[in-house]
Design a protein around this ligand. Structure first.
Ligand code: DLL
Length: 383
């Protein structure tokens, strides 16, 4: 392809797709479109094996991302004077800093509590009278419960009026629960690290799909099997082309997220297009408490620990928060080896960034399948 080959919007479909494995194959910075000294920041997200994928930003990219996040906050109604308790993880994950930049862009006060430490989160929500909660929806649902257990009366003690929830799928039932408990209005926020991070899509007050910033993202939907471009309105996999990104301007990036593009104008009057809330994924990626997990990553880790067999099972459950358990086979004399158990747990934590309950089971105990192995059992309620 040469730039001259693109003369109309239709020509975009001639450009080959970019996929997550391209980022892995060129790890860490092989896909840079600018000299490395122009980079101002790097973030990283789960890859499909032991290495993460790295995303890079120039100063211009950070400014643009900040602007997109500012608009995202604005659409949700966040204003100067609001106190944003940012409970997304700060660090390599794009959630923490992305929401931080957004709060700064609209002139709100940001409280960078980051994830976890629930008692302290609740105390600050009350003492600071935070008006905006930004976190994964599963954590907010957990806070509904936790706030009562800790003796708070959520509507009386807290001043939350807006929730900015994303990084994982969530249901209308979860929305109702959060809104009924805290008296806030919950907005779905969509994004992915490869496309800056959060700030790709946001629900306006109509809450009828998410507006996608059309001056930055060109959206297509494709058939995930054939790669064929679908008519707007048809459900398929979202593919994005970034229009102003400098450091890593991915073209036709396949997200693996399933949705549809709405053609009708939104009653709110904004002219940026809309996508439906994400329905699921066209690959096997799991999102456990907001953290992306590929079964292939776990396999990669387990296979690199001596004495662990190649049969394993991943079980995802939800008690209060999401839980990841891994059963893996090992020779009989190793089943009670605490060193081996710890090694497996530590390696999973190092690569995936989450604590998993590992259980060593004797060789031959996990079910064998004749076709595709059923490696993942997701017991979370489908709501
Ligand atoms: O999750 C960025 C983000 C942070 C978005 C905070 C919103 C809020 P990644 O870790 O790269 O980036 O994961 C991206 O998460 O491809 C989707 O499968 C899923 N995802 C993100 N937002 C939503 C959402 C961030 N609102 C992957 N609904 C994406 C459903 C979502 N899935």
């Amino acid at each position: 392809m040469k730039p001259e080959s693109i003369r109309s919007l239709e020509d975009v479909s001639k450009i080959p797709f970019t996929v997550k494995t391209d980022l892995r194959d060129y790890y860490p910075l092989g896909l840079l479109a600018v000299p490395q000294h122009r980079l101002y920041c790097l973030h990283a997200s789960s890859g499909t094996t032991g290495k993460p994928i790295v995303v890079a930003y120039t100063r211009g990219d950070l400014d643009r991302w900040t602007r997109l996040m500012g608009r995202t906050f604005d659409v949700a109604g966040v204003r100067k004077g609001d106190i944003v308790q940012n409970m997304y993880g700060y660090g390599l994950f794009t959630g923490g800093l992305g929401f931080h930049y957004g709060a700064r862009a609209v002139g709100a006060t940001v409280v960078p509590t980051s994830v976890g430490n629930t008692k302290r989160q609740l105390m600050l929500l009350k003492d600071l009278q935070s008006t905006v909660a930004a976190c994964t929806p599963s954590y907010m649902v957990y806070l509904c419960e936790a706030s009562r257990v800790e003796g708070y009366n959520p509507k009386r003690d807290f001043a939350l009026r807006i929730g900015l929830f994303g990084a994982e799928p969530w249901s209308e039932e979860a929305r109702k629960r959060m809104e009924d408990t805290f008296g806030l209005r919950a907005h779905d926020c969509y994004g992915l690290s490869e496309l800056y991070g959060p700030g790709v899509g946001i629900e306006c007050d109509q809450r009828n799909g998410l507006h996608v910033w059309g001056d930055e993202f060109l959206v297509e939907t494709i058939d995930p099997d054939s790669g064929e471009v679908l008519e707007p309105g048809t459900e398929g996999e979202l593919v994005f082309t970034m229009l102003s990104r400098e450091a890593m301007p991915l073209l036709r990036y396949r997200t693996r997220d399933l949705s549809r593009v709405f053609e009708q104008e939104c009653a709110c009057g904004r002219c940026h297009g809309r996508i439906q809330r994400i329905k699921g994924r066209s690959d096997d990626m799991l999102i456990v408490g907001g953290v992306n997990v590929f079964p292939s990553q776990i396999e990669h880790v387990l296979m690199n620990v001596p004495d662990l067999g190649d049969q394993y099972q991943i079980i995802v459950s939800r008690e209060q928060l999401d839980r990841l358990s891994v059963k893996v086979e090992t020779p009989k004399n190793k089943v009670n080896d605490p060193g081996l158990l710890k090694k497996a747990q530590d390696e999973i934590l190092a690569v995936l960034g989450i604590n998993a309950d590992v259980e060593l089971v004797e060789e031959g105990t996990l079910p064998r399948s004749e076709g595709k192995a059923r490696r993942v059992i997701d017991l979370r309620p489908k709501e």
